[in-house]
Design a binder for this molecule. Structure first.
Ligand SMILES: [Cu+2]
Length: 184
């Protein structure tokens, strides 16, 4: 029965390993940008199909300080404008609206801009985004000031940065009005 015991031990180990991986996904994007008390990671965007003139921008912002900061805007060479948006469901319909007052990053908190929620919107793209592109974007925070980042462009249907797996966002982005059909 020696073999059986060994086999089950290795299965147990494999399961434990898989669980560890599930809880601590290996970050595929090592780029970490620090600006004052803010740490920004996983900045990514999505390839634009056809002649789409808008693209979303997603990232994770951690505030390690003791005071709130606020993301108030951004700019990118590739786009005419960069806006901060919020996606919400109103009467069963997904809509989005610009956050005119910016987005507060409370001390000790991590704010995620992701499909289906807060996001940056790159408007009037000068050229389409292609998978693998690295798009420089400058964000502006009330306290941390201007912060330069690079958005790594993922595939058209990506729900998260490379290697991060399913981020739990809505499965069917194509049905969302606004992102594909928005004209501004
Ligand atoms: Cu938007």
């Amino acid at each position: 029965m020696q073999f059986k015991r060994l086999a089950s031990a290795s299965v147990t180990r494999a399961i434990a390993y898989a669980m560890v991986l599930a809880y601590f996904p290996v970050p595929a994007l090592a780029d970490e940008v620090k600006a004052g008390d803010l740490v920004i990671t996983q900045a990514w965007s999505r390839a634009t199909p056809g002649g789409a003139k808008v693209a979303g921008g997603y990232l994770t912002i951690q505030n390690k300080g003791s005071a709130a900061d606020r993301l108030i805007g951004g700019a990118a060479d590739v786009a005419d404008k960069v806006q901060l948006h919020e996606m919400a469901t109103t009467n069963g319909v997904m809509t989005m609206r610009p956050l005119d007052k910016g987005l507060s990053i409370e001390p000790g908190k991590t704010v995620k801009l992701a499909p289906g929620g807060y996001h940056l919107m790159l408007l009037d793209l000068k050229s389409p985004l292609k998978q693998g592109d690295k798009v420089p974007v400058t964000l502006e925070f009330e306290k941390a000031g201007k912060v330069k980042l690079t958005f790594e462009v993922q595939g058209v249907g990506a729900q998260g940065p490379a290697g991060a797996g399913d981020m739990g966002g809505p499965k069917d982005m194509k049905k969302m009005p606004g992102h594909s059909g928005m004209k501004m």
